[in-house]
Design a protein around this ligand. Sequence first.
Ligand code: SF4
Length: 327
Amino acid sequence: MVTVVNNLNRDAARPRHPEKANRPETPVLRKPDWIRVRAPGTPGWAETAKIVRANGLVTVCEEASCPNIGECWQKKHATFMIMGDTCTRACSFCNVRTGMPGPLDQQEPARVAEAVVKLGLEHVVVTSVDRDDLADGGAEHFARTIRAIRAASPKTTIEILTPDFLRKDGALEVVVAARPDVFNHNLECVPALYLTVRPGARYFHSLRLLQRVKELDPAIFTKSGIMVGLGEERNEVLQLMDDLRSAEVDFMTIGQYLQPTRRHHEVKAFVTPDEFKSYETIAYAKGFLMVSSSPLTRSSHHAGEDFARLRAAREAKLGRAIQPALA
Ligand code: SF4
């Protein structure tokens, strides 16, 4: 198991998670044998890092200490995190720095687009910190970033992973109007755990947001994910799948939660590969077009390949629907 070092810790003097200072410490458990990742440091990884730095960008790969960084960056797949490196929420699972962010960088959309071109990305994932301090939650910045990527690299498909824009009326509509190919918003965990894991969010608001994307533009693929091992019951996960299908979500991801530090939410269980496979089988049976369920599944892991499969699955489904009508 490789420990991913966060080398973007630009301001070491500022506590990374001030709100967690008084939380009890829980030991970070040793990872089971089935969680093995590729070490960073390969030539492809170095090239990706160089382009990210040269364009002054932040990535969730580094900020969230993603275990897949060695594999993804070797293939030049980096997920950009826009609107700064500081989040206004304080979820108990997340390693992204928390606090009061600075003003938006108006040049950032252009620099993201430039990096997409330099990396030669056929599919890009753009996410952000939560910006509850902004009147629109950062919706226009998301839209500007989508438009900048489209202008610079028209063939690149664009996936966004957004915050919930809670209490920001009209924000979602601004982002949807920019027409990303995939709109991802993660539920993160089962509703019973929201108050401890995701206290600033509301489960039904997040569900409704996903449903609303489909209502506004049915051509956009919708996607959502959860972490398991946080203390959820299996039946709660199955219910959540039904909730996502009720909101017509196309693609579900399920991955193992890993505890970033002793003051983050503790890992309650390491879910076995067989249990992940079982979740995948059930999720497909419930009607998702695509499911990714494995210990190292993350929202943006293999996102390009998954997008191609997602598109093929929709075409196959539409084909099946048209055939009987023609018969
Ligand atoms: S899975 Fe996503 S966040 Fe993790 S390294 Fe890959 S692209 Fe980055």
